[in-house]
Design a protein around this ligand. Structure first.
Ligand code: IPE
Ligand code: IPE
Ligand code: MG
Length: 244
């Protein structure tokens, strides 16, 4: 019997390991980030091809401002360049871009690049592509709560959820982190409550279509229980009935 492939609706990725990839080759760290853009391009395409509907990536964290100034400015520049280069192709592939994060302390150049990319792809619906840039999970919870408080709204799980930065998509089903670290690093603290976690030692520039397939296959073998028992899940899905 061939098992039906279970494709996660929403995949989130902490794209880690660019710096180490570059350093191992005696290259500047920014060269690793450039290579990371190539890996991301391929990943977006493969997600669309296998039927993932939402891809959310961590591109720059609230804490990444603490890196050397040269690396921070290199990353800002890379984002601006990558957007102007990649948007026409993403547009052709039916990808809708959203930026998720605090835009208030980004430069005008970066901010207008983000707005243009969002506007240009607003009519697409094959794949929703969320780029978390200047994002932190704690920032997200705080901005959502502050927004509700300012509007005099009651704080409930539902109202907070609606005020969060990823309210336009369901929570991630699969959360991948490359680069070998087993931590969240202030990524989707609220939304990853029930995501399946997948860690790989592969550095982000090496994460290719085969590596994504492997993560998706691993996801397909997980039993998502959401607090219930295995027996309840089996009864609901019709799986595992033969188990003693
Ligand atoms: C992830 O790669 C990209 C960003 C944080 C912008 P790193 O730059 O963190 O790579 P390592 O962890 O130093 O190898
Ligand atoms: C997480 O990676 C942030 C991004 C991938 C953008 P980091 O490399 O910044 O994480 P830490 O600092 O090692 O936890
Ligand atoms: Mg890192």
């Amino acid at each position: 019997m061939t098992a039906k492939r279970v494709v996660p609706h929403h995949v989130a990725i902490v794209m880690d390991g660019n710096g180490r990839w570059a350093t191992r080759r005696y290259l500047p760290r920014v060269a690793g980030h450039k290579k990371g853009v190539d890996a991301l391009r391929a990943c977006v395409r493969h997600c669309g091809d296998i039927g993932v509907k939402v891809l959310t990536v961590f591109a720059f964290s609230s804490e990444n401002w603490n890196r050397p100034a040269e690396e921070v400015s290199g990353l800002m520049e890379l984002l601006a360049v990558a957007l102007s280069r990649e948007v026409p192709q993403l547009q052709a592939e039916g990808v809708r871009i959203h930026f998720v994060g605090d835009r208030s302390n980004l430069s005008d150049k970066v901010r207008s690049g983000l707005a243009q990319a969002e506007a240009a792809t607003a009519g697409n619906n094959r794949l929703v592509f969320n780029i978390c840039f200047n994002y932190g999970g704690r920032w997200d919870v705080a901005q959502a709560a502050a927004g509700l408080a300012a509007r005099g709204e009651t704080i409930t799980e539902q109202s907070l959820d609606r005020a969060m930065a990823l309210s336009h998509v369901p929570d991630p089903d699969l959360l991948i982190r490359t680069g070998g670290e087993m931590r969240i690093s202030n990524f989707l603290l609220w939304q990853a409550a029930y995501s399946e976690l997948y860690f790989t030692d592969k550095l982000w520039p090496e994460f290719d279509a085969a590596a994504l397939d492997k993560a998706v296959a691993d996801y397909g073998r997980r039993e998502r229980r959401f607090g219930k028992t295995s027996e309840q899940v089996a009864a609901e899905t019709g799986r595992g009935r033969k188990a003693a």
